[in-house]
Write a protein that binds this ligand. Structure first.
Ligand code: AMP
Ligand code: MN
Ligand code: MN
Ligand code: MN
Length: 282
């Protein structure tokens, strides 16, 4: 029997060329609308620079765009991603903060390039920059450069061999704390959503601690339905959100058709037992 892939018309986690996505904000909005999505959040890594273009295109398509950002944070020496949804992207404190993150990412990119050069790979900074264009620098830009130069077969292999923790091109980065990131999201009028909690590979007791600390810091929601979750992970997320009294969010984390497993809207909808994060702006 043919099974239908899960689908939801609400997709609150998407990337464009303003960070490590491969589609421009306008092209992304067209893909998302063509897929049947009616409400979308653009959530680029540490950047709101795609939101203006995305907003114009979404308006033309009759797609509701929620302004968002996926902020990088540290908690107990673990790197986390926290989505800010419904933010005011022009908020001066948020903009100043993100400019600081861009500077920190440039410095980190220089260190990654130096380490790759020590491993015999030349030109990585210029190569990653050429691929990033006007976007902030992310590890996927380095990964694509490594693939283009024949050092890896695909982006996943480039991460495994060069960019992941413990590999020659990895550098530890002093991101802002989870508390600081949540404060910035709230300061800009947004809702803080812990992105893909099951991707951090925590034990059950660390997961409880993380979600407890996130709630204590004012975080409102967690991603329950994710493009790269299995059915079991989805069910587990539902239990975690209920246990910690968190609202639920859902998003594909679509970066472009190069990544094999995600598509806009290809996510199971939240069950009715979880209060949806979008209730506050619907
Ligand atoms: P950065 O914020 O610059 O460290 O880049 C993080 C991004 O790299 C994530 O959002 C993913 O899109 C991508 N990424 C992280 N780990 C992997 C991996 N093992 N394979 C492919 N992409 C990855
Ligand atoms: Mn990414
Ligand atoms: Mn993420
Ligand atoms: Mn993401």
């Amino acid at each position: 029997m043919k099974t239908h892939p899960p689908f939801s018309p609400i997709d609150l986690h998407l990337h464009s060329t303003a960070s490590d996505g491969v589609l421009s904000p306008s092209d992304l909005m067209r893909e998302v609308a063509d897929a049947g999505v009616r409400m979308a959040a653009l959530t680029d890594h540490d950047s709101v620079n795609g939101l203006h273009e995305a907003g114009r295109q979404a308006g033309a398509l009759g797609l509701e765009l929620i302004p968002g950002v996926e902020m990088t944070a540290l908690w107990q020496r673990k790197t986390l991603h926290i989505l800010g949804l419904g933010i005011d992207a022009r908020h001066p404190d948020l903009r100043a903060y993100l400019e600081g993150v861009h500077a920190c990412r440039l410095e980190r990119a220089q260190r990654i390039a130096r380490r790759l050069r020590d491993a015999g790979i030349e030109g990585a900074l210029d190569g990653a920059r050429a691929l990033a264009g006007k976007a902030l620098l992310t590890r996927p830009h380095f990964a694509r450069y490594l693939v283009a130069q024949g050092h890896a077969r695909d982006v996943q292999e480039a991460f495994r061999h060069y960019l992941a923790r413990g590999r020659p091109g990895h550098v530890a980065t002093q991101w802002a704390s989870m508390e600081t990131v949540i404060e910035h999201i709230h300061g800009a009028g947004g809702i803080a959503v812990l992105a893909h909690p099951l991707r951090y590979r925590l034990t059950a007791s660390w997961m409880r601690r993380l979600l407890g600390a996130f709630v204590d810091s004012g975080g409102e929601a967690m991603e329950v339905s994710c493009g790269h979750y299995s059915r079991d992970e989805f069910e587990h997320s539902i239990r975690l959100a209920r246990h910690h009294g968190l609202q639920g969010s859902q998003g594909s984390d679509f970066h472009g058709y190069q990544s094999p497993w995600t598509r806009p809207g290809r996510i199971p909808p939240l069950p009715e037992s979880i209060p949806p994060v979008w209730a506050s702006w619907c």
